[in-house]
Write a protein that binds this ligand. Structure first.
Ligand code: 0L1
Ligand code: MG
Length: 262
């Protein structure tokens, strides 16, 4: 049987790998791709199979998984895409911003959004509660960079494209606060606020992003591992970003993370 494994996938593995190679090449060459009609009407299982293959190519080049991310976690973004469930993607070490410098080299049309990040203290299993597994919280920035022309895509397209994941920066880790439900979030560029929101925009409570990540990744046979990061999702819309600016995300009570964009 040459069908992809995983519930409900319909494309064969050769087609999945062909779509993955096109997305991976688009990322490597910073060249936007026309959307992939092969995924039109495809079940999300097909799209996640393409994502798995895209990330497999990265791992084959020596990258390491560093965590997972949730996307489309706000009611506004879900409504825009006509879905009622968030999506998830994979993070690798080359996406992590280590030294506060965020280079745009190799990006297509980058946008940045303020997020909340969780540190995974021990390997997670289905049914684990947030408090059993998450041992620290931090403000975070996510740079998303759709590999599709015009940042336009369907739900299966963006799942296949590893949920537009490109780079991420994590601020200082903090003890998990008593509540995370309604913390003010600001994205500023060169000291001017360009987006404001609340952590309530992240599934009503960012802790729910943990439950969703555990549940959705398990459908793909993947579990959060000790030492990994989980990006819970954006609290505001994403902003286009330019070289020569300083971008900062502040989450009330958690502090801030900033990057020098080059
Ligand atoms: O991290 C995100 O919420 C991005 C999910 C994909 C949608 C987009 O690229 O805008
Ligand atoms: Mg995001």
């Amino acid at each position: 049987d040459h069908r992809a494994t995983g519930g409900g996938a319909t494309l064969d593995q050769a087609e999945i790998d062909r779509l993955a190679a096109a997305l991976d090449d688009a990322a490597l060459n910073a060249a936007a791709l026309s959307r992939q009609s092969a995924l039109d009407g495809a079940p999300v299982a097909d799209a996640y199979a393409v994502q798995r293959s895209v990330v497999r190519r990265r791992l084959d080049r020596g990258e390491q998984l560093t965590g997972l991310k949730m996307g489309l976690t706000s009611a506004a973004k879900m409504a825009q895409m006509g879905v009622d469930s968030p999506i998830w993607g994979r993070l690798t070490d080359t996406m992590a911003v280590g030294d506060g410098t965020l280079s745009l080299t190799g990006r297509i049309h980058p946008r940045i959004e303020p997020e909340v990040a969780f540190r995974i203290g021990r390997d997670a299993a289905p049914g684990d509660a947030f408090g059993d597994v998450v041992d620290a919280v931090a403000p975070a920035l996510e740079l998303i960079d759709s590999r599709y022309e015009g940042f336009r895509f369907t739900l299966p397209d963006v799942i296949a494209d590893n949920t537009s994941a490109a780079r991420y920066a994590i601020g200082p880790w903090q003890p998990v606060p008593a509540q995370l439900t309604d913390l003010a979030v600001t994205l500023d560029v060169d000291g001017t606020a360009v987006q404001t929101g609340s952590t309530a925009a992240i599934l009503g409570d960012p802790r729910r992003a943990f439950d969703e990540a555990v549940r959705l990744a398990d459908e793909d046979g993947l579990r959060l591992r000790a030492g990994w990061v989980l990006l819970a999702g954006a609290a505001t819309a994403a902003e286009p970003v330019q070289a020569g600016t300083r971008v900062r995300a502040t989450v009330d009570g958690l502090g801030a993370v900033s990057v020098e964009v080059r």
